[in-house]
Design a protein around this ligand. Structure first.
Ligand SMILES: [Cu+2]
Length: 334
């Protein structure tokens, strides 16, 4: 297993930078063990895929539970209007403190008190209605990727204390995202105001164990450089709490790169190769690889199956980023 800090940090004590100390979680005195709150989990899954049960001991950190987030898809409140499926989502912009490691707490701007925000999911052609209420203290917005009118593009500020309703048709099918679009956008995304938006094709994809991973960075000292990185909100979470998957079960991974201050990162899976569905916008794979490069906001569906039990890493192959928190494990079980 790799070290949790830059290799360049292996030198005499006293010469470590604050950045390196922050990565190790030993800067500052404010040590507060992450609040642990177990929650009840309900997940919608394809019926025919074999999916290990949610482990009872997977901890939440500052009310964020990446183990839950990994397989948590929000289909909204469903109604029928004029013969159409309408999915209504309540999204609230909040400000909350997240304990990134034992020493670093970070003031996030987020949706529904979690980073990343809820993973919205619909089928192509559904009507999407997002009731966005801003309680974060200053202006934010929700900019969705996908087709919609200029009015619904989410670039206009929604002031603190006000509500805006975004409404549009879910199209085209693919793996998309939403994020705040208030300038400086880099800061608003870096503070945590983003999430995944999955539009399923009209004919569903085959059953699979579906898992989502969002890569993100944290600039914890406002120097426009990330000191910490994470999958699904919490640095190193899946190193300490591997995601269980079954041997010989197709896994469908939804991967999104939300790392600001880096032009691009890669995603690498150990001891395997994956089929790539670029931006999730095809039903047949375009290539097979074990490393794929993703610019900011780029995202792909990756499908793979493991044939051997054991623990296997996933991470960007920029190892400095991986070793600063953007690294995790799949544990393949019989
Ligand atoms: Cu914002």
């Amino acid at each position: 297993m790799a070290d949790l800090f830059d290799r360049s940090a292996i030198k005499k004590p006293g010469h470590w930078t604050r950045r390196q100390l922050l990565q190790l979680g030993i800067a500052g005195a404010g040590v507060a063990g992450g609040a642990i709150a177990l929650q009840n989990f309900t997940q919608k899954r394809p019926a025919a895929a074999r999916i290990p049960p949610m482990p009872a001991d997977a901890p939440a950190v500052s009310n964020i539970n990446p183990m839950q987030i990994a397989r948590d898809f929000d289909y909204g409140t469903v109604t029928r209007e004029n013969g159409r499926t309408v999915r209504e989502f309540r999204m609230e912009a909040n400000t909350s403190v997240v304990q990134l490691n034992s020493a670093v707490s970070f003031n996030t701007w987020n949706v529904n008190n979690r980073v990343p925000g809820p993973t919205l999911r619909a089928t192509e052609g559904d009507r999407i209605r997002v009731i966005f209420s801003n309680k974060a203290g200053h202006s934010h917005s929700l900019h969705f990727h996908g087709f919609h009118t200029a009015e619904m593009d989410g670039v206009k500020p929604v002031r603190n204390g006000s509500v805006f309703i975004y409404e549009f048709d879910a199209a085209p099918y693919g793996l998309h995202l939403y994020h705040c679009h208030i300038a400086p956008v880099t800061r608003h995304i870096g503070k945590g105001l983003y999430g995944m938006f999955i539009i399923d094709p009209p004919k569903p994809r085959p059953p699979a164990d579906e898992i989502l991973l969002i890569m993100a960075g944290y600039d914890v000292n406002d120097d426009e450089i990330n000191e910490l990185y994470a999958f699904n909100g919490i640095p190193n979470y899946y190193m300490n709490n591997p995601i269980s998957i079954y041997k010989n079960q197709l896994v469908r991974l939804y991967v999104l790169n939300m790392i600001e201050y880096e032009a691009a990162v890669t995603f690498h899976l150990h001891a395997n190769f994956f089929d790539v569905y670029r931006t999730g916008m095809t039903l047949t794979p375009s290539e097979r690889a074990d490393v794929i490069t993703m610019g900011v906001a780029e995202r792909h569906i990756l499908e793979f199956t493991y044939g051997y039990n054991g623990k296997y890493m996933f991470h960007p192959h920029q190892d400095v980023i991986a070793e600063a928190g953007c690294m995790g494990l799949f544990e393949v079980i019989a």
